[in-house]
Design a binder for this molecule. Structure first.
Ligand code: M6R
Length: 368
C-alpha cells in the first residue's frame, strides 16, 4: 500500500508532481482560467476590493505564500490570518470582500466557523479543499478542489503544494476578472504553473541526499529555518513539519529578522536550514541571504542550504547544499518545500517515531 516506501508520507511526497497536475487540470479553457463550483458572479469577482485568506497549520502557510502572488497579480490587498484568530476579532468584511478558506479536510472547526462568520457579514467565500462534499465547501459560495488524492499521513505534504497551486489559480482568476493582467499574461502564468509537475519531479531527485542529512541531524536539539519573501513561509512550514513529526524544537524566521533577536540562538553545531531565493529573480535578496549565511556560519552554525541549481555564490557558505531546479520566483515554494518535507520525515523515522501518525495529532481537527 505504501508503494514500497517505509511510510505513507514518503509516497505522498513523491506523488506531488501528479497531485499538482491534477490540481491544475481543466482550469484553463478557451484562453481563460475557470474555477470549479463558481457560485460567485463575474461582476462580484470584479468588484472584490480586499482578500482575506483564512486557514490553520499548513494550509495557513500556503495562504502566506499565496499573498505574494495574489497581491502582485491583482493589486488587491491580501490579509492572511489564522482561522482561530480571525473569528475572535472583528475583521472588516463586506460584500466586496473575498474570503478564501483553505482546508485539506474541509472539516476544520476554526476554518468552518470563520467561513460562517464571513458569510454572516455578507463577504463572498471561496473554499480551497481536498475533500469532495466536506462541510466547508458546502457552506461556501464557490469551491476549488485541489484533487491531490487522499492523504493518509497526518502531516500535509502533497495537499500543501496543491493548495499553493489552487491559490495561484484564484489569483489568476481575480487578475483576469479585474483586468490587471492581459489574457496573454494569464496564459503565460498558467503555462508556468503547468511546467511545475516536471520541476517538482526533478526536485525529488534530492530525496536520497536529504534522507542522509536527516539521519545525520537526528540527534540535534533544535533546528532553525530561514527564508525571505516566499521562502519565509516555506521556512515556517519546514519548522512545523519538524515539530509535528520529530518532536524537535524548530523555528522558522524571516532572515531579515536575524539581527533583531534570533541570531543570539546561533551556537556551534546548530543546524540552520536556509531557503535561498534565485540569484536571478531577486538578486538583492539573494545577496542579503548570502551575507546572513556567512554570519551564522562564522558563529559555528551548520548551514544546510536549499538553493537553485548552479547557484555558485552560495556554495562556499553551505556546509550542505541541496540543489532544486530553477523556476520563476513565485513558484519556488513548490520545489523548495520538497527537501524540507523529506528532512522532517527522515529525522522522525531515525528517532524511531511513527511518521504517518505523530503523537497527539489528528488528520482532521473538528474541535477547537
Ligand atoms: O484539513 P485542514 O487543511 O483544515 O487542516 C489544517 C491543519 O490542521 C493541518 O494543515 C495541520 O497543520 C497538518 N497536520 C500539518 O502537517
Amino acid at each position: 500500500e505504501k508503494g514500497g516506501h517505509d511510510y505513507f508520507m514518503l509516497k505522498e511526497i513523491e506523488e506531488q508532481p501528479e497531485a499538482l497536475a491534477n490540481t491544475l487540470r481543466g482550469h484553463f479553457d478557451h484562453g481563460r482560467i475557470v474555477l470549479d463550483e463558481q457560485r460567485i458572479a463575474d461582476q462580484d469577482l470584479r468588484d472584490v476590493d480586499k482578500v482575506f485568506v483564512v486557514a490553520c497549520g499548513t494550509a495557513y502557510h500556503s495562504g502566506l505564500i499565496a499573498k505574494y502572488a495574489i497581491e502582485h497579480w491583482t493589486r488587491l490587498p491580501v490579509e492572511v490570518e489564522l482561522a482561530s484568530e480571525f473569528r475572535y476579532r472583528d475583521p472588516v468584511l463586506d460584500r466586496d470582500t473575498l474570503v478564501v478558506a483553505i482546508s485539506q479536510s474541509g472539516e476544520t472547526a476554526d476554518t468552518l466557523e470563520a467561513v460562517r462568520h464571513a458569510r454572516g457579514q455578507k463577504a463572498r467565500v471561496l473554499a480551497i479543499c481536498n475533500t469532495n462534499g466536506a462541510q466547508i465547501p458546502r457552506e461556501s459560495d464557490a469551491v476549488l478542489y485541489t484533487h491531490a488524492g487522499p492523504e493518509v499521513g497526518v502531516a500535509a505534504t502533497k495537499t500543501f503544494t496543491s493548495q499553493i497551486a489552487a491559490n495561484y489559480l484564484v489569483g489568476l482568476a481575480l487578475a483576469q476578472a479585474r483586468g490587471t493582467k492581459y489574457p496573454d499574461e494569464v496564459a503565460r502564468e498558467f503555462a508556468e504553473l503547468e511546467a511545475m509537475p516536471a520541476a517538482v519531479q526533478k526536485a525529488l531527485s534530492t530525496v536520497d541526499h536529504v534522507r542522509k542529512l536527516g539521519r545525520e541531524m537526528a540527534d540535534s536539539k533544535a533546528v532553525l529555518f530561514l527564508g525571505r519573501h516566499v521562502g519565509f513561509p516555506v521556512a515556517l512550514e519546514g519548522a512545523l513539519k519538524l515539530k509535528e513529526l520529530a518532536y524537535m524544537h524548530a523555528e522558522g524566521f524571516a532572515a531579515g529578522e536575524l539581527k533583531h533577536g534570533p541570531i543570539a540562538l546561533i551556537e556551534s553545531g546548530l543546524p540552520v536550514v536556509v531557503v535561498m531565493p534565485s540569484p536571478k529573480g531577486r538578486g538583492v535578496l539573494h545577496a542579503k541571504l548570502v551575507s546572513n549565511i556567512s554570519e551564522i556560519q562564522a558563529r559555528g552554525a551548520r548551514t544546510i542550504v536549499i538553493a537553485e541549481e548552479g547557484d555558485d555564490t552560495v556554495r562556499p557558505f553551505a556546509d550542505e547544499l541541496v540543489e532544486v531546479p530553477a523556476v520563476p520566483t513565485l513558484l519556488q515554494p513548490l520545489v523548495s518545500s520538497v527537501p524540507l518535507q523529506v528532512l522532517a520525515a527522515e529525522i522522525a523515522r531515525t528517532r524511531g517515531y511513527d511518521v504517518d501518525k505523530p503523537r497527539n495529532l489528528a488528520k482532521s481537527v473538528t474541535v477547537e
